[in-house]
Write a protein that binds this ligand. Structure first.
Ligand code: ATP
Length: 513
């Protein structure tokens, strides 16, 4: 199946099974805003819990906060967001569609990469075991030509972005003959800057009202609380502050479902370190964060690092962790070495001294910061994309199963009486009332057992138990495994110990140690 079709199926599966709904659905939705349904919210909460506990429980020197979304407007002046949180936008006059100029050019660069990979794949097939890929890449005339064009374009693009030369960005689009995917024409407007922050007003009277912003990242809530936390928590460097919360960006092009939203959620951790040690900590956090992703068991080939060549004005190193989505490798998390930029800026704009007194060196300095920043919704999407599976069964039927890591699954155990009579529902409720304190259980009595299994497969429930007439005599139930579909007879008294460990967030956290 084409990857585009797979993605469409995942989007409709999310709606059909109560994971993600368009916002204000009965009014036909609101662009790039989504609501999480009864199963989605559980999966999302489990992702957040996995992240939070990996930060705050596993690191003695990381604590959490929960800062407000509204902040003093000067915060965003100091952070550079008022002046520089812009995307270059361009419109196509024929289709009236709006694009990010940088994304159009990056897609063009990716096209050259694809051409090169196609040549390599063709040659690999032709030469078989004797294929020397390195030599082929260095000597094949077509590959060399594509590579030269790609590198030249990349250099030109990087220079234009670094200088934010809008005329040059437009010229690149024209020279590369990039067309609008909708109208197919090259009838482009000039490139303009567009600030991504949402504005609103606080204050009840028009005269007294002042403009404030919806935060475009959670990080600034951490920076402005650095002194509060460091002092009240008696924190010693190095230490971290973690936060999960909503962020808002007026994205120009909001496509690909929950990958790019206007209201989304971030999990960010700022790690404050002694200046000069930041590169070591940057490397450490790169590894630590990749291990967090890999512990989910999707396979290491699903991830790659993308080191940034163009750095934000505040950074001295940056990398993304990309995940293999059905639409290509895409950023899920950013790890940035932000220097002392943010704390210094806030010191300058607030007039407060924001430093750390180092008792070992008997001097004060501004700490440097390593940031790890991951989008909850992108993480959710990556988990969904990897877990969605269509399996051909021996009887010719297809089953759709969400192979979610058990610790993330919305429901851990479905409890099913074989029939709705003969005391079986009562027995099932008795089991439920015992186990519900330990993990999320769902009572299911409607439809045939087969249909109930399929419904549970579709939402990724790792275990189901069936209560039948024998249960009333032998106190055993049939335990069915989602992935193997194997059924085993087990005593009710063993259920908790058989299931709890496998479905707990702790099981994931232990892999990180
Ligand atoms: P992109 O280049 O895709 O716009 P970014 O580099 O601007 O992302 P950061 O500012 O580094 O993103 O934000 C950190 C994380 O927040 C990203 O890795 C992503 O997971 C998430 N994120 C950022 N913007 C959005 C959005 N519009 N919708 C959903 N998640 C987002």
């Amino acid at each position: 199946m084409a990857q585009e079709d797979v993605f469409k199926k995942i989007v409709s599966h999310c709606k059909e099974y109560g994971f993600v709904f368009p916002s204000s659905d009965i009014y036909d939705g609101l662009g790039a805003v989504y609501d999480y349904g009864q199963n989605g919210v559980e999966l999302k909460n489990n992702i957040k819990q996995y992240w939070w506990q990996s930060m705050v429980l596993l690191h003695e020197n990381i604590v959490g906060i929960d800062a407000a979304i509204f902040m003093h407007p000067t915060v965003w002046k100091a952070s550079g967001h008022v002046d520089a949180f812009n995307d270059p936008l361009i419109d196509n006059r024929d289709s009236k569609k709006r694009y990010r100029a940088d994304v159009l050019i990056e897609d063009q660069i990716a096209k050259y990469d694809e051409k090169i990979e196609k040549e390599v794949a063709k040659a690999r097939k032709r030469f078989g075991d004797a294929f020397d890929e390195k030599k082929f890449r260095e000597t094949n005339p077509r590959v060399i030509e594509h590579q030269q064009k790609r590198d030249a374009l990349h250099q030109r693009y990087a220079d234009a972005m670094n200088k934010m030369d809008l005329a040059e960005l437009k010229q690149i689009i024209l020279d590369e003959e990039i067309v609008c995917p909708i109208s197919g024409t090259r009838n482009w407007t000039d490139v303009r800057q567009f600030n991504l922050m949402f504005k609103t007003e606080v204050g009840s009277t028009a005269e007294g009202a002042s403009t404030i912003y919806l935060r475009p990242e959670t990080a600034q809530g951490i920076f402005v609380n650095y002194l509060n936390v460091q002092k009240t928590g008696r924190m010693k460097l190095p230490f971290g502050i973690a936060q999960i919360g909503k962020a808002f960006r007026n994205e120009i092009v909001a496509r690909q479902f929950i990958f790019r939203m206007r209201e989304f959620e971030q999990m960010e951790m700022q790690f404050f370190v002694k200046p000069g040690t930041e590169m070591d900590w940057f490397k450490t956090w790169k590894k630590t964060r990749l291990a967090w992703h890999e512990a989910l068991g999707f396979g290491d080939e699903c991830y790659r690092y993308h080191d940034h060549e163009k750095l934000a004005h505040y950074a001295n190193a940056a990398t993304d962790i990309e995940f293999k989505m059905p639409f290509g490798f895409k950023e899920v998390e950013g790890i940035h070495s932000r220097t002392d930029y943010d704390l210094s800026q806030h010191a300058k704009f607030s007039g407060r001294k924001i430093e750390y007194f180092d008792p070992e060196e008997n001097r004060s300095y501004t700490p440097y910061v390593i940031e790890t920043s991951i989008g909850v919704d992108r993480m959710f999407l990556s988990v969904m994309c990897h877990s969605y599976t269509e399996e051909k069964l021996e009887n010719g039927e297809t089953r759709v199963v969400l192979k979610l890591p058990a610790a993330l699954a919305p429901i851990k155990l479905a409890i099913m009486p074989l029939v709705k009579k003969d005391g079986l529902p009562e027995k099932a409720h008795e089991i439920m009332n015992d186990l519900k304190f330990h993990f999320n259980c769902k009572y299911e009595e409607k439809d045939s057992i087969g249909k109930r299994y399929r419904r549970m497969d579709a939402i990724g429930t790792p275990y189901c138990i069936t209560i039948d007439h024998d249960t009333l005599n032998d106190n055993c139930v049939t335990l069915r495994d989602r992935d193997t579909m194997e059924q085993t007879r087990v005593p009710i008294a063993d259920l908790r110990s058989l299931i709890e460990d496998k479905v707990s967030i702790t099981s994931l956290l232990k892999k990180l140690q």
